[in-house]
Design a protein around this ligand. Structure first.
Ligand SMILES: [Zn+2]
Length: 146
């Protein structure tokens, strides 16, 4: 097996090791590590947040990148408009989404939620929980379609 010293602790690690078994450094065989994936931040900011932040992959610490911006796009997105696997925002679109207005497979909102599983005052989904609920299995004070 080909080994090379770990970038951080100099212990031998295999060339394609994802993490160092000795110190846990991500991609220890590489001499330089700046994380993996893709990140874009717009130069324009509003209230100290980039207007657009796109972040995928993992950062230098080996952690999942989180997109934070007015418009945030990534596996974990936090923003006014957030789009991601896990999205938190005023308008949140994601597999799991939390927002005032939220759209996702699991969708939780303070205002209106649309999704397979929707939980909100106004909820539309296959399974919808809400004050006003619509969908295949609406559970609410005022079912919309039943
Ligand atoms: Zn190491």
């Amino acid at each position: 097996m080909n080994t090379t010293p770990c970038r951080d602790c100099r212990q031998p690690v295999s060339l394609d090791a994802v993490t160092c078994p000795a110190c846990g450094a991500p991609r220890p065989a590489r001499s330089e590590w700046n994380g993996e994936g893709y990140e874009y931040k717009s130069a324009m900011t509003w209230m100290d947040s980039p207007l657009l932040h796109v972040a995928f992959g993992i950062d230098q610490a080996g952690k999942l990148r989180t997109a934070r911006g007015i418009v945030a796009v990534g596996q974990r997105a936090v923003g006014v408009v957030a789009c991601g696997v896990v999205a938190t925002g005023v308008v949140a679109i994601g597999v799991i989404s939390f927002g005032v207005l939220s759209l996702g497979v699991i969708s939780v909102a303070l205002g209106a939620a649309f999704g397979v599983n929707a939980v909100a005052p106004i909820a539309f989904g296959v399974t919808a929980f809400g004050y006003i609920a619509g969908g295949a299995a609406p559970i609410g004070w005022r079912p919309f379609f039943h």
